[in-house]
Design a protein around this ligand. Structure first.
Ligand SMILES: Cc1ncc(COP(=O)(O)O)c(C=O)c1O
Length: 500
């Protein structure tokens, strides 16, 4: 693999005062990394575009990356065959249907789910999967929706459906600097409802803000308490296996591009058939009905997955999901997970040790400081020599100039952001009042927050995945040291922030 140039000084001189290469230190600390060398070989061929074009890609929680062979498989399938709208029975339609059905079977196989127990519903993305559940779930006057605070906005949005159904919404807070949810708090939330009935628990298997992995054992515990569970697996499955014969949530939401980069525009709701039967769709559409009458004003929905797939599914891209799953299976999700875990632990260690010349820390980390029960997503801010947070927009600008792709802001995860920045409920209520003041409509969100006297800003997110290497981590550490050590950032020309 071509080697990217390093910064003027090896990170290790700043980290621990010793000369010597960070690579040597890393390999000594993680001898197991050598066993993941297959991923370097694949990067040199299948993900060659990264090094060819000088990319340091650190936004795998935003989107995974495709192997070249996945793209070739797509092109060759379209060149070889003719595929028509699957809502007919002609030859081209049947060809599409066959591939879509094969892909459903591949998804079930990958997650070790039985076709008798689970249905695979193709959606545009994980958000679409959450919406299907939200709009159809039988929320009622005394039922509850329990959410962890570190859910993605696409899960928080369920509370609007719950409110419409007059259900109660309960949040379980994330705690402390590692942004975890305690078992006790979760069990409390699903155990006590003061006059309310169980309903739906929705939580991320892995937080897209902090990388925290919440226990999958909550699924069974919530079910034992009478809850259905929506497991948001979007950030989890790109680096971890999920066995649906062991953990059996009613609903699993995910986006395939996060797992293997291609195709975009296709996600999945994997749902237990018994739970699907309890959902009530708020409408019907093309593709979802067994029969409908205009004059008679009646309709009958199709059973199972077909009744939930609105309109024409993405039949030219869905078969690429099977290609992607084969690709991941052939490499081994455990191998990917092991490498990402080692790189993440090392990244955390090194970031924690980065110092200004005065000895003051260069980085503030949010979420777990070590590699235990977490994925490869790391949230942080850089600090200037006085200890002030460096505006994440400056970091975004500087990283882009260095060819580094990372994410800044609140990453659609306001609950984890609020906890990380120590924003309290009453501050946020004040911000809301400021937001509603006449004449303020349309101003950027950070203006509202500062009107309410609150610190504004967001974090920086670095995330690792299938094609990540120690060289990527090294490049990022080098960038951090070169750009921010003993320096104050240039804040001129930063554009306004937008909301989550
Ligand atoms: C944990 C989590 N859930 C849900 C989503 C929503 O995914 P999509 O935007 O593909 O619908 C994301 C996207 O980042 C995510 O990280």
């Amino acid at each position: 693999m071509p080697h990217r140039p390093r910064g003027p000084h090896g990170v290790s001189t700043v980290l621990d005062g010793k000369q010597g290469s960070i690579m040597g230190d890393f390999h000594a600390a993680y001898p197991g990394y050598a066993a993941t060398a297959r991923l370097d070989e694949l990067r040199a061929v299948e993900y060659r575009y990264l090094d060819r074009d000088g990319h340091v890609y650190l936004d795998y929680t935003g989107a995974g990356l495709p192997a070249r062979s996945q793209l070739r498989a797509h092109a060759s399938r379209l060149h070889r065959g003719v595929y028509g709208n699957p809502h007919s029975e002609n030859p081209t339609s049947s060809a599409s249907t066959a591939l879509v059905e094969q892909t459903r079977a591949a998804v079930l196989r990958y997650f070790n789910a039985s076709a008798d127990e689970y249905a695979v519903i193709f959606t545009p993305n994980a958000t679409g999967a959450c919406r299907l559940v939200g709009e159809s779930y039988p929320f009622g006057r005394r039922s509850r929706l329990v959410l962890t605070a570190d859910n993605h906005n696409s899960v928080h949005g369920l509370r609007e459906y719950a409110a419409k159904g007059r259900a109660r919404v309960a949040y379980v807070e994330v705690n402390g600097s590692d942004l975890r949810v305690s078992d006790g708090a979760l069990l409390d939330a699903i155990g006590h409802g003061r006059g309310s009935r169980p309903g739906l628990l929705a939580y991320p298997a892995q937080s897209n803000f902090s990388g925290v992995r919440h226990p999958l054992s909550w699924v069974g515990r919530a079910q034992a308490a009478g809850y259905d569970v929506l497991l948001d697996a979007a950030a989890f499955v790109p680096t971890s296996g999920l066995d649906l014969s062991v953990v059996r949530p009613e609903f699993v939401a995910l986006s395939w591009y996060k797992m293997f980069g291609f195709p975009t525009g296709v996600g999945c709701l994997i749902a237990r058939r018994d739970a699907l039967e309890r959902l009530r769709r708020p409408w019907f559409s093309g593709g979802t009905i067994r029969g409908v009458s205009v004059a008679g004003r009646w309709h009958q929905l199709l059973g199972d997955e077909a009744g939930f797939e609105d309109g024409t599914v993405n039949f030219l891209s869905i078969p690429d999901v099977a290609v992607g799953l084969d690709w991941i299976s052939e490499i081994g999700i455990d191998l990917i997970g092991q490498r990402v875990a080692m790189l993440t632990a090392w990244l955390l260690e090194c970031l924690g040790r980065l110092r200004h010349g005065s000895g003051a820390p260069l980085v503030r980390l949010y979420g777990p400081r070590n590699g235990v029960s977490r994925g490869g997503t790391v949230a942080l801010n850089f600090l200037d020599p006085d200890g002030a947070i460096i505006d994440e927009r400056a970091v975004s600008r500087d990283a882009s100039a260095a060819g580094i792709s990372l994410r800044t802001g609140c990453f659609c995860n306001p609950g984890a952001g609020e906890a990380a920045f120590g924003l309290r409920r009453r501050d946020l209520t004040r911000a809301r009042r400021a937001l509603l003041r006449p004449g303020q409509e349309g101003a950027p969100i950070d203006e509202y927050l500062s009107l309410a006297g609150m610190a504004t800003g967001g974090a920086v997110r670095v995330s690792l995945g299938i094609a990540s290497s120690i060289e990527d981590v090294e490049s990022f550490l080098d960038f951090a040291e070169r750009t921010y050590r003993d320096r104050y950032p240039c804040l001129a020309g930063l554009t306004a922030r937008h909301g989550c």
